[in-house]
Ligand binder design. Structure first.
Ligand SMILES: [Zn+2]
Ligand SMILES: [Zn+2]
Length: 344
């Protein structure tokens, strides 16, 4: 094994380049993992395309891989084991933890939103105690969907969706499609998807949306009353201000708007409507206190259409920026996997 590995590095100015970085060394309690696939997340795209990331950062956190070697004192794992890494647990005692939300634990290390992750590279070092084994029934590639699936599960749980609820999803990119799939797997079948891109609407339909619409087909709301066919819950997965405003208008009495997609432009919230209809707006960020286990189980059980959720062609490290730009333009519906073993 050479001492260097290729990595897709953010170099500033909205640009990325493939560079040779030192292969990290597994210390006590660590394992060295070879990344098989790492999905491109919306947050990676914001950090690169909107230039928030610190130059020199390696992004990518939706990975699955194979154990290569063990650091001192590690037992229970062997080279060749296929793994993902569980999130850090919360303290279990603070107010967010008591509410099943360890991702916003008050005792956690202050998150570094600008340089987390680091799996757009060939090797990573991971704490052994955080590893989860990928079940035999699940391919390593599909297991790279574990992290975003855990988010979709958390999102659906926070929204307390009932199986007979009418649900709206705005935005059918990778996050919206995964949210749709988790809802369907939970038995929530009356899901409408609003999305401007025809190819994304088509994918939502193929996954099982009851109806798909272009955003301008969502009618305006009458003053102080619900629309004709209102929704109990709306998941805003596009990050666009206009979509959030339209989603709020579509809610029924006591409806819930869930903010899932981040965006630079902030929506205007009709507080009068929120008061009169007793609406709730919540944000969903990361994972439940059960971590990635339920997501792995859901994926391994075959309940999610991974072939429709993951784009067929993986990209090499040199193709990450181009894939991000195409995703941002809405040209690609599903999750794009990066294969760090391939440079170009
Ligand atoms: Zn992510
Ligand atoms: Zn806590």
């Amino acid at each position: 094994m050479s001492a260097l590995m290729p990595a897709a590095v953010y170099v500033g100015d909205g640009q990325m380049s493939v560079q040779e970085l030192p292969i990290p060394v597994a210390g006590a309690g660590d394992v060295l993992v070879e990344v098989a696939q790492c999905g491109i997340c919306g947050s990676d795209m914001h950090l690169v395309l909107e230039r928030y990331a610190r130059p020199g950062t390696v992004l990518g956190h939706e990975w699955a891989g194979t154990v290569i070697s063990l650091g001192p004192g590690v037992a229970g794992w062997e080279p060749g084991d296929r793994v993902v890494s569980n999130p850090t647990p919360g303290c279990g005692k603070c107010r967010p933890c008591r509410r099943g939300r360890p991702s916003v634990c008050l005792e956690r290390e202050p998150p570094d939103y600008l340089s987390f992750g680091g799996a757009f590279c060939r090797y990573m070092v991971v704490r052994a105690e955080r590893l989860l084994r990928i079940p035999d029934a699940l391919s390593t590639r599909a297991a790279a969907l574990t992290e975003p699936t855990a988010i979709a599960i958390h999102t659906v749980n926070l929204a307390r969706v009932d199986t007979d609820d009418r649900v709206l999803i705005t935005g059918a990119g990778p996050v919206g499609l995964l949210t749709l799939s988790v809802l369907l797997a939970r038995g929530v079948t009356d899901v409408t998807v609003s999305e401007p891109s025809a190819s994304r609407r088509e994918r939502a339909k193929a996954i099982g949306a009851a109806a798909v619409l272009a955003p301008d087909e969502l009618g305006g709301a009458p003053l102080g009353r619900p629309v004709e066919h209102p929704y109990a819950v709306a998941f805003e997965c596009s990050g666009h201000a206009g979509a959030a405003e339209a989603a709020l208008d579509q809610l029924d009495f006591a409806g819930t708007l869930v903010f899932v997609g981040t965006g630079r432009e902030m929506p205007r919230i009709n507080h009068n409507r929120m008061i009169v209809l007793e609406l709730t707006a919540i944000g969903a960020y990361n994972y439940d206190d059960e971590g990635f286990g339920p997501a792995l189980a859901l994926l391994a059980g075959g309940a999610l259409p991974t072939d429709l959720l993951i784009e067929p062609d993986d990209v090499a490290l040199s193709g990450v920026l181009d894939a991000m730009q195409r995703l941002a333009r809405g040209e690609i519906p599903g999750k794009v996997m990066v294969r760090p073993q391939e440079v170009s």
